[in-house]
Write a protein that binds this ligand. Structure first.
Ligand SMILES: [Zn+2]
Ligand SMILES: [Zn+2]
Length: 88
């Protein structure tokens, strides 16, 4: 499962180049403020950020959260996304 490049581009614009993590398990409160660049990621070798499916196996834009690597590692190693939904 992977997000299409089109979804990633729209999601990146939506994120304004900042991590979209609102996971309560993270050290940040509210939304993570980590910034990243589009150029920091290539499809084959993610570097600065990662696109994470919030719920299950859905690769739509609504299910796509752009996360900085520390947040992504935390979400991926925990039992899953535990967002506060403050972005909706
Ligand atoms: Zn983050
Ligand atoms: Zn986080």
């Amino acid at each position: 499962m992977a997000f299409s490049r089109d979804v990633l581009m729209v999601a990146f614009r939506r994120s304004e180049g900042r991590c979209e993590c609102t996971n309560e398990r993270c050290e940040h409160t509210g939304r993570c403020q980590a910034r990243f660049e589009w150029a920091g990621r290539t499809m084959s070798a993610p570097r600065d950020w990662e696109a994470h499916p919030i719920h299950g196996d859905d690769d739509s834009l609504e299910n796509c959260a752009l996360l900085c690597i520390p947040c992504h590692n935390r979400v991926a190693s925990a039992s899953g996304w535990d967002a506060t939904d403050s972005t909706r």
